[in-house]
Design a binder for this molecule. Sequence first.
Ligand SMILES: Nc1ncnc2c1ncn2[C@@H]1O[C@H](COP(=O)(O)OP(=O)(O)OP(=O)(O)O)[C@@H](O)[C@H]1O
Length: 498
Amino acid sequence: MEAQAVKSNLVLILDYGSQYTHLITRRIRSLSVFSLCISGTSSLKSITDLNPSVIILSGGPHSVHAQDAPCFPDGFVEYVEKTGIFVLGICYGFQLIVQKLGGQVAIGEKQEYGRMTIEVVKDYGGLFKGKNIGDKQVVWMSHGDEAVKLPAGFEVVARSEQGGVAAVANPGRRFYGLQYHPEVTHSPEGMELLRHFLFDICDVSAGWKMEDVMEEEIKVIKGMVGPDDHVICALSGGVDSTVAATLVHKAIGDRLHCIFVDNGLLRYKEQERVMGTFERDLHLPVTCVDASVQFLSELKGVTDPEKKRKIIGKEFISIFDAFAHDLEKKLGTKPSYLVQGTLYPDVIESCPPPGSGRTHSHTIKSHHNVGGLPKDMKLKLIEPLKLLFKDEVRELGRILDVPVAFLKRHPFPGPGLAVRIPGDVTQGNALEILRQVDEIFIQAIKEGGIYDEIWQAFAVFLPIKTTGVQGDQRTHSNAVALRAVTSQDGMTADWYYF
Ligand SMILES: Nc1ncnc2c1ncn2[C@@H]1O[C@H](COP(=O)(O)OP(=O)(O)OP(=O)(O)O)[C@@H](O)[C@H]1O
């Protein structure tokens, strides 16, 4: 699919700070429609430049009556009406539409939170296509304010059990509104509604595919990197940097130069395993630097966790620095670009919690990825994954023939086993014991067929000693804790129940 075709089907989300905003973007992409999310207070120009077909105004923690309530820019309503853009407001976004188009929003008497039942009351505008008047469904509500008077031309198409307005439509002006959240799984029929809205009402076509993303990114990289330019990338053995490097390699071949550092804090046989994948399966040009002695001698005797991280960061920088200078000598020219595996959640703009005093919480994770290559190299960034979510990166990896087992690996922190050994990492044989325990634990989970159900499983070398029996002897030795958690996106986690 041509980039133009994707752009002409863009669903743009204006973010007003709801914790579910990213979910709307993901739900729409899961319908093979390209969706982007920008701040709800973006300028009109940044909205018109994107040329969206549909705009969704997200929910948010604010009241439309608050003095600093975020809102779309002046001229927004005129722009969408003139261009024929469809607009859907969700929760706060819906209340914004009501207030700005001449209706009235009041502090709700009903204040609906959690699971609610709504009923279709009118067949108008097609939001509830396939449903009959009187049909009920469970939805997720979370609002204090409520619409008490609708702007002219709007009709209520669904009401909550308590009589509150749950959904409205104004097909003539192409404005729609939902007081509930269709994007959360607690609204079981929410996806069906979004599907109807996009395909039946807005006539958007589904055609956004990861294959197209790959082709498009390769074109962009080829256009950006000149024929004599060289590019460097630090590979951790994790999914993000590996997929990013594989994509760039496909675009520019061996003008990409990767480095993988064995810092002495890696898992059992990690160096052999990841280098095998890089070289054998992906044919990536990778230099493996064994710097374990350097890292461990700097870490000797250090117990403070923050100090350990700083030392590890500094050592990484000095190794990357030496790598860049060696390359410069070898190539006769400085590398010009750096590949980073930055993902979309790192760059999305969103509103901060109310009362935080900030307009946006947006800061591109500056610590993200390497961030420590020599400043005098003035490297320009290549971030080919910056519009993708983690599961989309995995899909892209599959298309790029990154082995599936590799893509499904549990995440492993950059500072490695140093964060799993509280205290001095060089104490006795702590690293060796931890490597073995971790390997036995992970193998057992794999043999039990539950590795993919667990988001992350790991062992921690505890700084306490306990009494045990080995053979016929009593022992007094360190204990190791085992932990396994489940998570959707790494933002929150729960115990895994074995
Ligand atoms: N052992 C290593 N050798 C070379 N580079 C590394 C190493 N460990 C980390 N890095 C670099 O630092 C970045 C950040 O590491 P971190 O473990 O936080 O990764 P991440 O953001 O989860 O991404 P990834 O999935 O690529 O590991 C990596 O993407 C990689 O560029």
